[in-house]
Write a protein that binds this ligand. Structure first.
Ligand code: ZN
Length: 279
C-alpha cells in the first residue's frame, strides 16, 4: 500500500507534468471502487485547469480552480503516464484494471487499481477552501513532516491512550500517511517496542520516535519510496528505499545486536521487531 513517501513521490513526479494544464476529457471504467467519480463529477472535469498537485496523508490532491480531485491508492493503485493516444490505447489494452484516464490533450494520466480498494473523488472548494481545511475535512491526522509534529505533540496526543504505539502510528486520523513499512522502520530505529502502550511512551522515547519517523520518511522520499509488489513511479520506475529497510520484511537476525527477530500480528499487519533493541 503506498504510504506517505510513495504518494509524495507520485505528487512530485506528477506536478511538473500537469501544472497549468487543462483536463480535456475524462474516461472511467464505471467499475466500483471504494469510491469513484459519478457521471456528474466526470462531466464537470473537462475544461478545468490544474493549479497544483500535493499530498495530504495518503491522498494525492490535484487542485483545480473550484474543486479538488482526490486519489487514494488503496492497496494497489498506481498512476501511469502515456505520452500519446497510441501509448494510452496500448496501455489500456495490455494492462487490466485501468479505471480512470485523464486526457490532457497531448498526454494522458491513467489510474490502474487491480484490487479496487482505491478511491477517486472530487471535493468542491465551496467547502474546504485551502488544503489545510481539506485535511481537516478529510479527518487527516498530524502531518509527521510538519513542524506541528514534534516531541511535545506526540507526548501530548498519546497521554491516556492504552492502544499499542504501532497501531496508533498507523491510524491516519492521528498521524497522517504512516503505514506498516514506515511504522515498523521508525519503531526499530527509535528502539521502541511496537506493542508498547502509548501512555507508557516517555518524553525521551517520544523524542527518538519523532526524529526517527521524520528521518525515515525524508530518506524514503529522497529514494522515490519503497517498491514492494505494487508500487511504481509514474513511468514505471521503482522506489529504491526498499534497499535501506533495516527490519521491514527481514527474516535474518537484528542488524544491530544479531538477536533473532520476532514477528507478530499487530492490528492485522505482520510486524517484525527486535526483542532486545526495542523496549
Ligand atoms: Zn537488536
Amino acid at each position: 500500500m503506498p504510504e506517505l513517501p510513495e504518494v509524495e513521490t507520485i505528487a512530485n513526479n506528477l506536478a511538473p507534468l500537469v501544472q497549468a494544464k487543462i483536463i480535456t476529457n475524462v474516461w472511467t471504467s464505471g467499475l466500483k471502487m471504494r469510491s469513484h467519480l459519478s457521471e456528474f463529477d466526470k462531466q464537470a472535469l473537462p475544461g478545468k485547469r490544474v493549479h497544483n498537485v500535493t499530498r495530504l496523508g495518503k491522498y494525492l490532491v490535484i487542485e483545480l480552480c473550484d474543486e479538488y480531485l482526490l486519489i487514494h491508492f488503496g492497496m494497489s493503485g498506481r498512476l501511469i503516464f502515456a505520452q500519446s493516444t497510441l501509448e494510452m490505447r496500448r496501455t489500456i489494452n495490455s494492462l487490466n484494471h485501468i479505471h480512470l484516464c485523464l486526457d490532457f490533450n497531448d498526454f494522458f494520466i491513467l489510474y490502474q487499481d487491480p484490487r479496487r480498494f482505491g478511491s477517486v473523488r472530487t471535493v468542491s472548494k465551496a467547502g474546504p477552501k485551502t488544503t489545510g481545511q481539506l485535511s481537516t475535512f478529510l479527518g487527516i491526522g498530524l502531518e509527521p513532516l510538519s513542524e506541528k509534529f514534534g516531541t511535545k505533540e506526540l507526548f501530548y496526543i498519546t497521554r491516556g491512550i492504552s492502544r499499542q504505539i504501532k497501531i496508533f502510528l498507523m491510524d491516519g486520523k492521528k498521524i497522517a500517511g504512516v503505514g506498516n513499512i514506515y511504522a515498523t522502520e521508525a519503531l526499530f530505529r527509535a528502539g521502541v517496542r511496537p506493542t508498547l502502550p502509548c501512555l507508557k511512551l516517555s518524553i525521551a522515547k517520544c523524542s527518538q520516535l519523532v526524529s526517527c519517523l521524520k528521518s525515515v520518511l525524508l530518506k524514503a522520499i529522497s529514494k522515490g519510496g519503497s517498491s514492494l509488489r505494487d508500487f511504481y513511479g509514474l513511468s514505471g520506475e521503482r522506489g529504491s528505499f526498499i534497499d535501506e529497510h533495516l527490519i521491514y520484511g527481514k527474516k535474518e537476525n537484528c542488524v544491530i545486536c544479531k538477536a533473532d527477530l520476532r514477528r507478530m500480528n499487530i492490528g492485522q499487519r505482520t510486524t517484525t521487531f527486535c526483542p532486545r533493541c526495542q523496549r
